[in-house]
Design a protein around this ligand. Structure first.
Ligand code: BDP
Length: 584
């Protein structure tokens, strides 16, 4: 599968199919307008847009330009959530499982240049134990309180199941639809299929180019940031030698980017890349041989109107707020993000931990519900898509699985994925999976990762409101982790905070409590050298499903959903300004 990001250049054309398409829920008669790309869920006051469980249909006409005679042409869907079926003039031509990674559909042989056809995209939003992310299957949703065992409540749940309830086992709204760009693309008939780059600090850049045909000449050049050729090679594999290389460093260093220009017959592709190395050594995380300390809030793809829809304006705004915060990283909690975001982070020097959509993995005795093979496929697709980005420094196999109920079974599930990630990544980045607040001294998975990432809510979900006790308890846990001799990142911690709610006494939900909470936890982190990162949950308030613990969504943002800073954002801005992301 080709995974190259779409490009317009002398050899390639990309036509963006974004705009207003026709839309209906399967079985409906008429069509109504919908914006693409965007989640459909917030585009109408009709409650079905929020609550519907099933297939939604998108429709538009596409025309292959007459000038594309002799070219290869195809559609690329950057992401359709969750499962997709593509129909051309009423006939199925492709399908794809999973809502956060791209897929392509060849059109040669199905349409001639100059022809117009009807394109229908069916997007299925149903989640269950066989999807990533995972659905609650009519059970209790994330943070639901369904009083198990009460006959009438159980009957109510049965009623919900019969009526097609689609509950998430995760704490973000199940936004769906065509959420990322759709493009009609053309390349020469003989084309570049894939490119892999492995840069080294001495300026050597190993490359491998995969082409549609085994025959034909491949020329690879490295251009510096001013567009000057600084190295050149011929062949499908080899090593570009860049003299006096400039390194890609996270901010406040220099995220210097080169471009690899690949020519194959009539085809051409230009791939930005950075020279940097990532390694774990003892309890340190090294970027370019220097200890790196992660500080930045985790994110969601989430905003009013568009839901999870890709929006370059929002991406730039968010990354500029990261700069304002002096933040240097985020995790793509809890799914791979739109490709534009990684390109922006390459350019802006923001470090990314790239996460699969494996969230909601609560265990029964068949640990993982038989998801292993599919999970491995998603991991493969994610690494294939993102392997060349300098901003990506770590793979996250998933978020908060249950690893302590059946510790051995959990290990048998996660360890092969850990090995897969190392084998699949040509740059061999560190691998992790994010740990839930659980019986850390009993489970086996989190401690077996290259870097320990733990989400902790001392002082919020437990020891609520008592920050002295929270500090006391957190220190006990950190002392235990110290013995594991691995670098540790506090990958989530946070307190729901209603913007504008204040109290002279810092009590839960006030802006004062959010700051006091972070001060207390940070005090514990600052005492310990093996702690290499702090990642508040979350950058901004975000949409969730309804529940007794969510008031118009999750309020743990440092910013409101419309990106206004709460007091805690100012607190972290002051704190992080003093921290050099690259410490000597
Ligand atoms: C953690 C989850 C995250 C939630 C967060 C919370 O990883 O998705 O949003 O807690 O409860 O369990 O705010």
């Amino acid at each position: 599968m080709s995974t190259l990001y779409p490009q317009n250049n002398a050899a390639r054309t990309a036509l963006d199919l974004g705009g207003i398409w026709d839309f209906r829920f399967q079985g409906d008669e008429g069509w109504q307008p919908v914006a693409v790309p965007a989640s459909y869920n917030d585009q109408s006051p009709d409650p079905r847009f929020r609550n519907y469980a099933g297939v939604a249909e998108y429709r538009r006409k596409i025309t292959v330009p007459s000038a594309w005679k002799g070219l290869r042409f195809f559609l690329r869907f950057d992401a359709v959530a969750h499962d997709a079926r593509i129909l051309l003039n009423g006939r199925e031509i492709a399908s794809h499982r999973g809502g956060f990674l791209p897929f392509e559909v060849e059109l040669n042989g199905l349409m001639e240049p100059g022809e117009t056809a009807e394109l229908v995209v069916e997007a299925d939003n149903r989640i269950h134990h066989g999807t990533l992310p995972i659905g609650a299957e009519g059970g209790t949703a994330f943070f639901g309180s369904d009083n198990p065992g009460i006959r009438s409540v159980e009957a109510g749940k049965e009623y919900q199941r019969e009526h097609g309830i689609n509950l998430p086992a995760f704490d973000f709204f199940n936004y769906t639809g065509i959420q990322r760009p759709v493009r009609l693309l053309a390349t020469p008939a003989r084309y570049i299929r894939d490119i892999t780059l492995v840069p080294h600090l001495n300026g050597d850049v190993d490359f491998a180019v995969d082409t549609s045909d085994a025959e034909g000449r491949v020329v690879v050049e490295a251009l510096d940031a001013d567009g000057r050729a600084v190295a050149r090679c011929e062949g499908r594999q080899g090593t570009l030698k860049i003299a006096e290389p400039r390194l890609w460093e996270p901010r406040p260093g220099t995220p210097y980017l080169y471009t690899a220009r690949i020519a194959f017959e009539q085809d051409l592709y230009e791939l930005p890349f950075g020279i940097r190395e990532v390694r774990v050594e003892g309890t340190r995380f090294l970027i370019n041989g220097k200890p790196f300390r992660f500080h930045g809030p985790c994110k969601h793809e989430d905003s009013p109107f568009r839901g999870r829809g890709a929006d370059p304006c929002l991406m730039v705004t968010d990354i500029n707020l990261y700069h304002w915060l002096h933040a240097n990283c985020f995790r793509t909690s809890h799914y791979p993000y739109a490709e534009e975001m990684y390109r922006l982070c390459d350019r802006e020097g923001i470090v990314v931990m790239d996460e699969t959509p494996a969230v909601g993995m609560w265990a029964d005795e068949n640990y993982g519900w038989g998801l292993g093979e599919y999970h491995a496929q998603v991991l493969r697709e994610m690494i294939a898509r993102d392997k060349n980005h300098p901003c990506v420094v770590m793979w996250s196999l998933g978020n908060e699985p249950d690893t302590d109920t059946y510790p051995e079974k959990a290990y048998d599930y996660w360890h092969p994925l850990y090995e897969d990630a190392h084998r699949l990544d040509p740059q061999n980045r560190p691998v992790t999976v994010v740990g839930c607040q659980n019986r850390y001294d009993r489970e086996l998975v989190i401690r077996s990762m290259d870097v320990v990432l733990i989400n902790r809510y001392y002082g919020w979900y437990n020891l609520s409101g008592d920050l002295d006790a929270a500090r006391y308890a957190f220190r006990i846990e950190l002392d235990w982790w110290a013995q594991q001799q691995k670098p540790l990142i506090l990958s989530e911690y946070g307190a729901d905070t209603v913007a504008g709610l204040h109290g002279a006494v810092a009590e839960m939900f006030t802006e004062e409590y959010q700051v006091a909470f972070y001060e207390a936890m940070n005090e514990c982190l600052d005492e310990r050298d093996f702690v290499v990162g702090e990642m508040p949950w979350n950058f901004a308030d975000f949409g969730t499903c309804q529940g007794p613990m969510r008031v118009g969504g999750n309020r743990k943002g440092l910013f409101t959903r419309d990106r206004r800073p709460k007091m805690a954002a100012h607190y972290f801005r002051r704190r992080w300004e003093k921290m050099d992301s690259v410490t000597p």
